[in-house]
Design a protein around this ligand. Structure first.
Ligand code: MGD
Ligand code: MGD
Ligand code: MO
Length: 741
């Protein structure tokens, strides 16, 4: 007899969809998904090709089956099977030894998104470490470091998005480095379809002619990577000089746009307008000026500017691609400036730009205990904290909570993460750091597969997949639902959910009671956390109903328009910025006193390893990555069936290929000072000249000479952080390309 269980993917795909697992005799025989059509107003939560492949990806013979201990050199990938008891005993012993020898601040839990549901190993581990005296915590994410840092300098908050059903009210939608057809963002794709059907014109700005451009765009504007702010300045110049801007809006709600609206005591020459017109540096930021930097021709810039300023209301929506650059903070603030000068803030059909988060419903969260150790690092700087933690300061490295760190990282728990190697920048540098066991002395990994990161574990533990346990899955910002992961099958082999062995570690530390707070199972915890949420979200049904229905899609979703209150009555509702207004000029940024890297106004700042870096003499091509439909980060790379929806290839413009005698599908070598990869070429007009693109997430697979054979972009990316956010500039890289062999 067939039984159907309701569940959902728990990886960090921006979309979280309904998965129905059909089980016969304890075996999953097929997966189906949500078949609703969205006609009742709630977006369908149907899976894409990745979701349909969860059996092949997660339940194959390539799973890690038993706990293991490293026997060879670290990173060599040689392990022997051990018992769970031995694994837990070793973890407890090392945990205590490292605490005693180096102090609590030497213990670190790596950034991890392999389990992005409510109960997840990394958060649980942090809870236990906090109970045990503390650990070095981190802030930021690899997703949104720059955009979430920069947006509040303008608006005081990251809640700058309208709820997406409002897109149908936009006359024009500019998807700026945003690619929801391939790169899922909650239910954004469905709302985009609705908007298109309602007649919105759609323009895509992206160095690549993405699937979104192909499926939706009336026009594609291909620019050179990391030149977005120059394009936006050029647009602002046209909008201002043709008097298409909303002066009344700027006068009333903004500070720092022009010399008349500067904060007290500041020279008018520091204003945005003064920069735009070249009053200080003698360079007017004309479309002609912008064309030279961006590679977009002058007429296209002028036309785009006029269209955006006159098609009111219009939504210029920023993806996260442009901010994963060396100057990633700047284009975020440039976007917010454009939204303001066109008066598209606080209105239906408009969009304020920046982070664009919407909080319509509260999310459940797991209670991490207060961490007694106060210092935090930006999550991108963990390799630095292994080799020079004791030198890292708040001033130079963005350390928060303390002036400096008091030591180096000595223990890492890397649970459901491939960021220990594959997803972090500069793989060869990371290998050098990790392979020296005198630096970081102890590494625990829990994963489903022998990933490039897993090979660097001292203790390697087999985790359970989405089918093998219960959880609650929450969508990204744009989605009004919670999904329940019913347990579909028993854990395979000796696999265990991270919570189960962490409870045993807690017991060995005499912290079990505090760690579990009396909960006997994951389900018990989920119930407690859900009930806490239900106090805030009264529409939610009782836990048992929620769990047996596989989750809940909210019906009561009042439309949110960001800053509507502020625009209607600024006196009563000031912006949550220091000045109470929209800060085109930020005094806080000004006082950082680094005008070249971190200007007080949004303006084009040349990116390192960007279009005008002197290094281009050696490495003439800009290399960007993107989030492909073929994977969720590195997850699914082990499933070769998905190769048919997108092959791992390097996109290269036909002219650049011709110069190098490269034909479509030729194996090419891409290199820079950091490393070398071999990958087939995709020779195409779908990418602008001078740019190469390799999708992120392929598993690093070196040959005996250390040349990656799979096309893992992080062999080529830099570990140098961005100036303000100290984020990951993983799309800013200079490389050269030639035929391989
Ligand atoms: N060059 C470049 N690098 C990037 C990015 C980029 O754009 N360019 N993007 C960055 C971004 S935005 C992010 S969020 C990070 C993501 O980086 P990660 O958080 O490392 O995400 P994944 O690669 O999906 O890896 C998650 C790991 O969890 C494992 N896993 C999957 N399901 C389960 C499970 O149920 N249980 C357990 N225990 N393990 C599981 C997978 O096998 C995988 O090894 O990558 C960042 N890295
Ligand atoms: N299928 C799939 N969906 C996902 C994920 C996944 O791994 N797979 N990951 C999820 C996660 S954790 C995240 S954080 C998000 C990531 O979402 P994003 O960060 O938005 O995704 P990216 O693909 O890195 O960037 C978006 C687009 O920006 C373009 N781009 C790169 N550089 C520039 C530039 O300088 N200027 C402009 N204008 N465009 C540029 C890229 O070509 C790309 O198409 O996606 C989520 N959704
Ligand atoms: Mo992300």
């Amino acid at each position: 007899m067939e039984k159907v269980y309701l569940t959902s993917g728990i990886n960090n795909c921006g979309g979280r969809c309904i998965i129905k697992a059909h089980v016969v005799d304890g075996k999953i025989v097929k997966l189906t998904t949500d078949s609703s059509d969205g006609k009742n107003g709630t977006p369908p939560l149907c899976s894409c090709t990745r979701g349909k492949q969860y059996i092949e990806t997660f339940l194959g013979d390539n799973r890690l089956k038993y706990p293991m201990k490293r026997v060879g050199e670290r990173g060599e990938g040689k392990f022997v099977r051990i018992s769970w008891k031995e694994a837990v005993d070793i973890i407890i012993a090392e945990w205590k030894r490292i605490k005693k020898t180096y102090g609590v601040g030497s213990r670190y839990v790596n950034y991890a998104t392999g389990v992005s549901a409510l109960m997840k190993g990394n958060v649980l581990a942090k809870r236990l470490l906090a109970l045990d005296g503390g650990f070095l915590d981190s802030y930021n994410s690899y997703s949104t470091a720059c955009i979430s840092t920069a947006t509040p300098y303008t608006y005081g908050t990251n809640l700058t998005g309208n709820s997406l059903e409002d897109w149908v009210n936009s006359k024009l939608i500019i998807l700026w480095g945003h690619n929801p057809v391939e790169t899922r963002f909650g239910t954004a794709l469905w709302h985009l379809k609705q908007a298109k059907e309602a007649g919105a014109k759609i323009i895509v700005v992206n160095p690549r002619y993405s699937d979104t451009a192909k499926a939706f765009a009336d026009r594609w504007i291909g620019l050179k990577p990391a030149t977005d702010s120059a394009l936006m300045d050029g647009m602002a110049y046209t909008i201002y000089t043709e008097n298409l801007h909303d002066q009344a809006f700027m006068d009333k709600y903004c500070i720092g746009f022009d010399s008349k609206h500067m904060p007290e005591g500041y020279d008018g020459k520091e204003s945005y307008l003064s920069y735009l017109l070249g009053e200080k540096d003698g360079i007017a930021k004309t479309p002609k000026w912008a064309a030279k930097i961006t590679g977009v021709d002058e007429d296209t810039i002028i036309k785009l500017a006029r269209e955006y300023a006159t098609s009111k209301p219009a939504a210029l929506v920023q993806g996260y691609g442009p901010q994963r650059h060396a100057n990633g903070e700047q284009n975020v603030r440039s976007g917010t400036m454009l939204a303001c000068i066109t008066g598209n803030v606080g209105i239906s059909g408009g969009w304020a730009c920046g982070m664009g988060s919407v909080e319509r419903h509260k999310s459940p969260s797991f209670p991490v205990k207060e961490n007694p150790y106060k210092a935090k690092i930006p999550c991108f700087l963990w390799t630095d904290a292994i080799i020079r933690g004791s030198e890292m300061t708040s001033k130079n490295d963005g350390v928060r909570g303390s002036e400096r760190l008091d030591g180096n990282i000595k223990m890492i728990l890397n649970l459901a993460s491939n960021t220990l190697l594959n997803q972090h920048s500069d793989i060869n540098r990371t290998i050098e750091i990790l392979k020296d066991t005198s630096k970081c002395e102890f590494i625990v990994c829990s994963d489903l597969f022998m990933t490039p990161s897993a090979k660097f574990a001292d203790i390697l533990l087999p985790g359970t997949s989405m089918f093998e346990g219960e959880n609650i899955t929450m969508p990204w910002g744009y989605g009004d639902y919670l999904l329940y992961n019913q347990k579909v099958i028993e854990p395979l082999y000796e696999c265990r959910f991270e919570y189960d062995w962490l409870c045993e570690v807690a017991e060995g530390l005499n912290l079990k009671g505090q760690f579990t707070e009396g909960h006997n199972s994951v389900r018990d915890w989920l119930k407690t956390l859900y009930e806490a949420l239900r106090k805030k979200e009264s529409e939610l049904p009782e836990f048992e109903i929620f769990a047996s229905n596989g989750g809940y899609q909210y019906k009561n979703n009042p439309t949110v328009i960001a800053f509507k209150k502020q625009i209607e009555d600024l006196e009563q509702n000031p912006f949550p910025t220091p000045s109470g207004k929209i800060e085109i000029f930020s005094e806080t940024l000004f006082k950082m006193n680094k005008p070249e890297e971190i200007p007080a106004i949004p303006k084009y700042v040349a990116s390192f390893e960007g279009v005008d870096d002197a290094l281009r003499k050696k490495y003439s091509l800009q290399l960007i990555g993107w989030h492909t439909k073929r994977r969720t980060h590195s997850t699914h790379d082990s499933n070769s069936a998905l190769e048919k929806i997108e092959k791992q290839r390097a996109w290269i413009n036909a002219k650049d290929a011709e110069r190098r005698n490269i034909k479509n599908n030729d194996l090419v070598e891409i290199w820079n000072d950091r490393g070398v990869i071999h990958i087939p070429a995709f020779v195409t007009e779908r990418i602008v000249e001078g740019v190469v693109a390799v999708s992120q997430g392929a598993w690093y697979t070196p040959d005996s000479g250390g040349i990656d054979q799979r096309g893992s972009i992080n062999v080529l990316t830099t570990s140098k952080p961005t100036p303000l956010a100290k984020g990951n500039p993983q799309h800013s890289n200079l490389v050269e390309v030639k035929l391989a062999r």
